[in-house]
Design a protein around this ligand. Structure first.
Ligand SMILES: Nc1ncnc2c1ncn2[C@@H]1O[C@H](COP(=O)(O)OP(=O)(O)OP(=O)(O)O)[C@@H](O)[C@H]1O
Ligand SMILES: [Mg+2]
Length: 358
């Protein structure tokens, strides 16, 4: 039995289901991210786990006990909200100690736990400061300390990094993951930032319009997206539409038009038939540019973007626009207007099932 279990969790607001039949099992000590675009139901799901929003249908259980209708303070979960408002008139130590005081923890133990938790988030030296005297990243660590100090069975984080600039955000992602590993608290984090979810989670739960569309390790969600939405929400993807001309036990041939056949490996459990309409998904970094006249496809560079470690090219081809991402090797990149070839390895191609299939 998993530690935290959501069973067909549903939240309706009038006719709208903000969350529909969300089922998820989180293991003890796991770090899981709810990932999806704005309005897909991430916060609503998290708030139902915390107990701040009533469940319309479905069940939540924690460590084998049904907590669906247990009041939030009795669940005792650690929560960091989307806007992690600290108490402005309290020092860092008082902010962190607030939850302990509310629980009637004695003074000496309080002081020890505050010290311990501030040390965990590397704010030992800031105990006497007020929130206004802290940087964004430091405030954010106070909010995490405030949630962790009560030693919650589950830590719930709603876009905890959203107020930080890009650089600090990245640092805090590493830090948060480090803290979580150290204390081993089961964590559910909400984010709409795919790179954040991929870099720090054990598993990502991709949501679309109130529903879960894929639950997987970050690597698998990126490499083996199960549908068009996931492949385009997590990273960039070239989506090539075509018809199956030949389906064997482990590979499928797809007519992409213009005499171009795409060959893709198929995974166990999926079945394709001749005539099926499918989409081939190829990540831009799995395509490479080659000499004009070679490769599978002829293309003209329409624009290019420098991304620091990589170059991103947009190319015009017979089958439409194609994105190619190549490593910045420190050599001159291909110029706009130049004609080149595009090639790829067949292992780079994934077949995506379209809604009309089957
Ligand atoms: N109290 C409410 N009454 C009616 N509809 C609501 C209420 N709260 C949320 N919703 C709707 O439920 C849907 C899901 O909202 P939710 O806040 O869970 O989205 P989210 O995934 O957290 O989005 P964001 O990334 O913007 O924070 C949205 O369409 C929202 O408008
Ligand atoms: Mg939200």
């Amino acid at each position: 039995m998993s530690f935290l279990v959501l069973d067909k969790l549903t939240k309706a607001y009038g006719d709208l289901n903000a969350v529909s039949d969300v089922s998820l099992s989180v293991e003890k000590g796991e770090f899981v991210s709810l990932l999806g675009p704005s309005g897909c139901g991430k916060t609503t799901t998290l708030q139902m786990i915390a107990g701040f929003i009533d469940v319309t249908r479905g069940r939540i259980s924690l460590d084998g006990k049904d907590i669906t209708h247990v009041r939030p303070n009795k669940r005792g979960l650690g929560v960091v909200f989307q806007s992690y408002a600290l108490f402005p008139h309290m020092t860092v130590a008082q902010n962190v100690g607030f939850g302990l005081e509310m629980r009637g923890v004695g003074k000496a133990e309080c002081a020890e736990r505050i010290r311990e938790t501030l040390s965990l988030v590397r704010l030992d030296a800031f105990a006497a400061r007020y929130p206004r005297e802290l940087s964004g990243g430091q405030r954010q660590r106070v909010a995490i300390a405030r949630a962790l100090v009560i030693k919650p069975p589950v830590l719930l984080l709603d876009e905890p990094m959203s107020n930080l600039d890009a650089k600090l955000r990245e640092e805090m992602q590493f830090e948060l993951r480090g803290i979580q590993r150290k204390v081993g608290t089961t964590t559910v984090m909400v984010t709409h930032d795919q790179s954040e979810a991929l870099s720090i989670s054990d598993r990502v739960v991709v949501m679309e319009a109130g529903r879960v569309t894929q639950v997987d390790s970050p690597y698998r969600a990126y490499e083996r997206p199960e549908n068009r939405f996931v492949s385009q929400f997590i990273g960039k993807a070239n989506m090539l539409a075509g018809k199956v001309t030949e389906a064997r036990h482990n590979e499928v041939h797809v007519d992409l038009g213009h005499q171009l056949t795409g060959i893709a490996c198929i995974e166990a459990g999926t079945v394709w038939r001749e005539g099926d309409t499918v989409t081939l998904c190829i990540r831009p970094e799995k395509l490479h540019l080659c000499k004009v006249g070679t490769g599978r496809l002829s293309a003209t560079v329409t624009s290019r973007f420098f991304l620091g470690s990589q170059w991103l090219y947009r190319l015009d081809t017979a089958i439409g626009e194609v994105l190619v991402c190549s490593q910045n090797e420190g050599t001159e990149p291909v110029a706009e207007g130049e004609t080149v070839g595009i090639d790829w390895h067949r292992d780079a191609v994934r077949v995506i099932q379209e809604a009309s299939h089957g």
